[in-house]
Design a protein around this ligand. Sequence first.
Ligand code: GLU
Length: 325
Amino acid sequence: MNKKITGRFAPSPSGRMHLGNVLCALLSWLSARSQNGRCLLRIEDLDQMRCPRSYAALIIDDLHWLGLDWDTIEMPPNIPLLEGISSNICLSAYQSDRTPIYLRYEALLQQKNLLYPCFCSRAELHAANAPHLSDGRVVYSGKCRDLSLPQIRKLSQTRGAATRVRVPDKTIPFLDGCMGAYTENLAQECGDFIIRRSDGVFAYQLAVTVDDGLMGVTEVVRGNDLIGSTARQIWLHQQFGFVPPKFYHIPLLLAPDGRRLSKRDEDLDLGILRTRMTPQQLTGTLAYAAGLLPQYHPVAPHDLIPLFHWDLVKKQNLLLPDLFR
Ligand code: GLU
């Protein structure tokens, strides 16, 4: 096995996987396995109210049914920041177990004087979830950026604060493996962003970066609606001294009527699909829709490994065939 290549699939278990999630799992897995690399499964359950372990168990079972297998997370080599944190925590694939690690990396940003408390309400509530494009994006106004200590003390008496990180006026360029050259200016297009909610729950952006860094992830494959998070994550990787992974933002699967799939589309979730088709039929259909097969035929994920290549993967959003209705 080539340990230098490490991919991952990082679902949020807020419901059963839909077909877009399955395509993402399949392509992450194929990309790593076709290079003889490792492939990790990480459960992004920071928001434990929305992501109970029972849902995670269903996702794990669905992936097993499909025929995808995963490697175990290994101890990161000699990271001083992790001294004193038990190996149980470092090896856990559940983000909800990893809070002590995130605390250390939050402290690192604090040492660099990059953090400040933010008392602005509501917008922070969803910070633990990955911000998919349809959620909309607002550049933070910077309202709490320069509060004085007395102002902070006064505001703290009435409400808890989220924690924001100060971003530089810096353009972050990267070459996406699917979408090509991409740039984002952090200050102008994103603004200071939340790394911890006021209820103490760490935000997706911090957790995903720390985990990808510590787990040695070299390639991230995910839906193209998350491309807007990538510049933030590359910048955080740099702050933490990690080498940023290569990113592949894959096309979204759209329902036959052009709608974006969501976990609310229960007719397309794995619970229903497992009663209608075999894993090979499902894999064959997704592989065909994504451009990996010239014609549909049932196939097991393992049989796609020798023919996988990113050049084959279609770059435009993919319309699901009617057979899924
Ligand atoms: N957990 C995120 C989601 O399911 C994906 C995050 C990522 O791949 O970076 O939407």
